[in-house]
Design a binder for this molecule. Sequence first.
Ligand code: PTJ
Length: 271
Amino acid sequence: MDSGIYDILDRRELNLPNFHIPTTHPRARSLFVRKMLVEGYKRGLVVPEGLIAHGRGEAFDYLLGEATSSIARVAIKAASSTLMLSRCPVISVNGNLVALCAKAIVELSQLLGAKIEVNLFYRTNEREQLIRKELRNFGATEILGTSLTQDSIIPELQSERRRVDPNGIMRADTVLVPLEDGDRTEALVKMGKTVVAIDLNPMSRTARSADITIVDNVIRTLPIMVAMVKKLKGIRLRYREKVLRKAVWQFDNRTNLLKSESIMRGNLVRK
Ligand code: PTJ
């Protein structure tokens, strides 16, 4: 089992109402993920636009073969290493991400000692609180970015995403931005931050502007990242930094994106 969603389907960890698709159905996983998002929408975590964004992601995932490629795994190792080497890593979360991966986000933040900051494109106080509550249910203790009384502004960014926590994204040296819009990634890079993105679209501005882009579905990537960080933490201390630095140094985002595009083109010809 290499992905979180297999886990969920097999162990029925999430007991979603009215999900009657048998696990043997050829598209069971994909339908289950849709159901998770729809439930997230009904609970107020996800915006309607988030369902559309997911549809775009699904199309790219289909071309990718709905599996985490060896190319994505190289990026996951470089991303995990970068986050482990960072002084102040922050995981930025939005509605879709929390509906799909709340448990893995919390586990990853605990393993990395990374802060979690809620940063919404369609920001409302009500959604911020619901997302905060959901993350707390999965064991998160400190969640930044909700009810910002004191905020910092990301320069040159017009959307609601420009308002960030002075002790979170503003202070971070590395920001993990799963499911992102390109504007903020570009702005964060301009501010000198290292940006790690997870995006199924290797041609997006986010994918191209980030320092490390994992071209994969967040629902598969985050549990793999959790396992990767655990594995890297298991390396004897005196060798560990060398291994981490090598994974970062060997990684080239442009080459990695081209390889992901090539997987998609190959599948397109075969399908
Ligand atoms: O919760 P909010 O208010 O912050 O809003 C979140 C959305 C997703 C609506 C907002 O960030 C948005 O509009 O995103 P975009 O600009 O549509 O970008 C979403 C990107 O994520 C696209 O490139 C999709 O291909 C990609 N994507 C969608 N679903 C997934 C994904 N990438 C990885 N895993 C997914 N499950």
